[in-house]
Design a protein around this ligand. Structure first.
Ligand SMILES: Cc1ncc(COP(=O)(O)O)c(C=O)c1O
Length: 370
């Protein structure tokens, strides 16, 4: 059983009890599964899991065979959705080693999410240790080439109680799923549907944190986007229904004819780690980056006048996806002739090269696991 003790600096620390799976997936089966893993349907052999109770704190830290959780039908998460998650990736370098990209930023965002959802915060060191332990034991599942291992830390309220209150028990766990190259043959521009019927987040709500409920509430709008022949939905602000917020699972950037970038300000959007990294890389290259509100009407006008050169979405899964077409009840318009733009592709290459260890990591974003 994992033992908890205090480090010299007073922070809680857990020693993970590592119990490798007895019947590991064979090399042949794993190789077959890694051929075309798609996204989120193939899983590695293990999971990391840590439990919390109000009386014991974080305890019983384990890395073990990936298995079902037995959940009583009255488990709090099943009723009141006290649940948060994260998403980050491990990349295989050309020398065979493995890089994690900014796991400290995910650990911090996870703490902020826990705070907003009145959940027990997972110490950042425990979050990172759980991720590293899992990547280490399942490193053979990381595809080569442009593939990667998508890592999904999450936490659920585990108290068996039907009262509406913060749970006194939690399960924090990490699972991992190998993913192939997101885009075969280079990033294809996406089309997006401007949702005028549904909003994602309001001031004081949960838009800035990664709780499952945000995603459940976005699915109807995403379905509406698909019904209109679009790939993704983009949300407007909840007050004036004018300002661009973000996609269902990605932040958004605009590129202007003077070379400057604009991205919606933090507040009700998820503070994306890709967004933050792009801002840093662009500023470093001398590009002006504004974090300002931008309305759908302005977007349409700037696309028509030629002032807007490109738009792109960004997030861990796809890194950068150019936006080729915008559709709405008020009519459609294209951006950059519907093609991927130079700025988006240049930033994408810069970021991907750092992630795979092909470019210098001057920001200290990479944590080598192997
Ligand atoms: C709603 C939302 N916005 C933005 C992002 C991009 O965040 P990141 O760059 O940290 O993956 C995500 C993905 O996690 C998301 O779910």
């Amino acid at each position: 059983m994992g033992v908890s003790f205090d480090k010299a600096d007073g922070s809680l620390w857990l020693k993970f009890d590592v119990q490798p799976k007895a019947d590991l997936t064979s090399d042949a089966d794993r190789t077959a599964k890694l051929k075309d893993p798609g996204f989120g349907r193939v899983f590695t052999d293990h999971m990391a899991i840590v439990r919390y109770s109000a009386d014991k704190g974080w305890h019983n830290a384990r890395v073990e065979s990936r298995a079902n959780f037995p959940l009583d039908p009255a488990t709090a998460v099943l009723h009141y959705a006290q649940e948060i998650f994260e998403g980050l990736k491990a990349y295989r370098r050309d020398d065979g080693g493995i890089n994690l990209f900014r796991p400290d930023a995910n650990a911090k965002r996870f703490r902020n999410s826990a705070d907003r959802m009145a959940m027990a915060p997972v110490p950042e060191a425990v979050f990172i240790e759980a991720v590293e332990q899992l990547v280490h034991i399942d490193h053979k599942w990381i595809p080569g080439g442009e593939g990667s291992l998508y890592i999904r830390p999450f936490m659920i309220a585990n108290e068996i109680f039907l009262g509406v209150k913060p749970s006194a028990e939690y399960i924090f766990a990490v699972i991992a799923s190998p993913v192939g190259s997101y885009f075969k043959g280079g990033p294809a521009p996406v089309s997006i549907w401007v949702s005028e019927n549904y909003t994602r987040a309001a001031v004081g709500g949960t838009g800035a944190v990664k709780c499952g409920g945000n995603y459940a509430a976005s699915l109807r709008a995403q379905a509406e986007a698909i019904d209109h022949g679009c790939d993704q939905v983009v949300f407007l602000d909840a007050v004036e229904h004018r300002y661009i917020e973000e996609l269902g699972g990605m932040n958004v950037f605009f590129v202007f004819d003077d070379g400057s970038l604009l991205t919606p300000p933090l507040g009700t959007i998820l503070p994306g780690i890709t967004r933050d990294s792009i801002i840093a890389l662009a500023k470093e290259a001398g590009t002006t980056v504004r974090e300002e509100a931008y309305s759908i009407d302005q977007w349409r006008a700037d696309a028509a006048s030629g002032k807007l050169k490109e738009a792109f979405a960004c997030g861990t899964a796809a890194v950068i996806s150019p936006i080729g077409k915008v559709c709405s009840a008020k009519g459609d318009f294209t951006i950059n002739g519907g093609a991927a733009g130079e700025v988006a592709m240049g930033l994408r290459k810069k970021l991907v090269d750092i992630q795979y260890g092909r470019a210098a990591d001057t920001h200290n974003w990479i944590k080598k696991v192997l």
